[in-house]
Ligand binder design. Structure first.
Ligand SMILES: [Zn+2]
Ligand SMILES: [Zn+2]
Length: 332
């Protein structure tokens, strides 16, 4: 949040001794002459209409930094003073500056006190209960382990290859115009813009060009000078052009595939034009086995393994409880 200053208003303070309401800039009570004690807070008079200070001298005072109290007689002095206006004491050592930065409350209102967080009493878990929970969790883990290891346990079977299949595919790409969209600042260098629309992109705490300012309710902050600074917390809704564009790119236009039921896989071929090329290629090899009257299959990308799978050859396969083959190798 960016804090935005709207200007300064003069505050008031109430004399401890005689309860007189004094203007903020006045440093000793106008009625009884008592100096303003350091623990007296400045308050504001007007809740809504800010009567902003126009006078140059007062504005300078408001911006001059917090007043300080004389270490000898307690009198409030300007930040720039080096000797006390009342007793002439040295203010360069030991003077106490008035607090600043606090939000100023309306006169007669006590500052909002935030209630202390209620400490919720945590339910106590007895030691026996805790041990029981740990034992239960451990037991559950052990059970899961047994079940999972049973499910994934494999057994070796003697198998015979019954049939094979290979499948190969290759992508054909073309260098052609494609349409895309994106934020103006992120567009590729060779993008050919079709049209753009201004859209909300993000919120920023600091000012950004092409943005909408959103501000909260103004409030007053103590400057320690008897004047309050009226401020507003603002953020910026930043807009940017979102564009549609054309550009040239390699694009998938076709996928050629070829398959066969032998041990000699081949890649699909095609006559490509000079704006086309082959892209990604994939291969899948499947071997079917007979073992103990059951059929099992293994799909792999391992061409060397596949090419040993002569129909009728003997293999050893590892089968898990789901009936899937986890590995296979030719029997010697
Ligand atoms: Zn007084
Ligand atoms: Zn003094």
């Amino acid at each position: 949040m960016a804090r935005k200053s709207l200007g300064y208003i003069e505050l008031v303070w109430i004399c401890d001794s005689c309860q007189t309401k004094n203007p903020g800039a006045i440093k000793s009570c106008t009625s009884c002459g008592a100096p303003q004690p350091i623990n007296v807070r400045f308050e504001k008079v007007d809740p809504e209409t800010f009567n902003l200070v126009k006078d140059e001298a007062l504005l300078r005072m408001a911006k001059s930094g917090p007043d300080k109290h004389c270490p000898f007689c307690g009198t409030r002095n300007l930040a720039s003073a080096t000797t006390c206006v009342e007793c002439g004491g040295d203010l360069t050592v030991g003077a106490t500056s008035r607090p600043t930065g606090e939000v100023v409350e309306l006169a007669g209102q006590t500052p909002a006190i935030t209630p202390p967080p209620t400490t919720s009493a945590r339910p106590k878990i007895s030691k026996g209960m805790l041990i029981l929970i740990v034992v239960l969790v451990l037991g559950l883990c052990a059970l899961m382990f047994v079940v999972l290891s049973q499910l994934f346990k494999t057994s070796a079977l003697n198998a015979t290859v019954s049939s094979v299949k290979w499948e190969r595919a290759i992508v054909v790409e073309a260098w052609q115009q494609v349409e895309g969209s994106g934020w103006m600042s992120d567009l590729p260098g060779d993008a050919d813009i079709i049209d753009c629309q201004s859209q909300f992109r993000y919120n920023s705490d600091t000012y950004k060009p092409n943005s909408t300012e959103v501000c909260g309710t103004p409030y007053t902050v103590d400057t320690g000078t008897g004047f309050g600074e009226v401020v507003q917390d603002c953020y910026y809704q930043v807009y940017e052009d979102y564009c549609r564009y054309n550009m040239m790119a390699w694009t998938t236009v076709d996928t050629l595939s070829l398959s066969g039921y032998d041990l000699n896989p081949a890649w699909p071929t095609a006559n490509l034009s000079n704006t086309q090329r082959f892209g990604d290629q994939t291969a899948r090899y499947t071997i079917w086995f007979d073992a103990d009257g059951q059929t099992y299959s293994l799909t792999t990308s391992d061409l060397a393994l596949f090419q040993q799978a002569y129909p009728g050859s003997d293999w050893t396969i590892e089968v898990n409880n789901f009936g899937s083959v986890s590995s296979a190798e030719p029997a010697n």
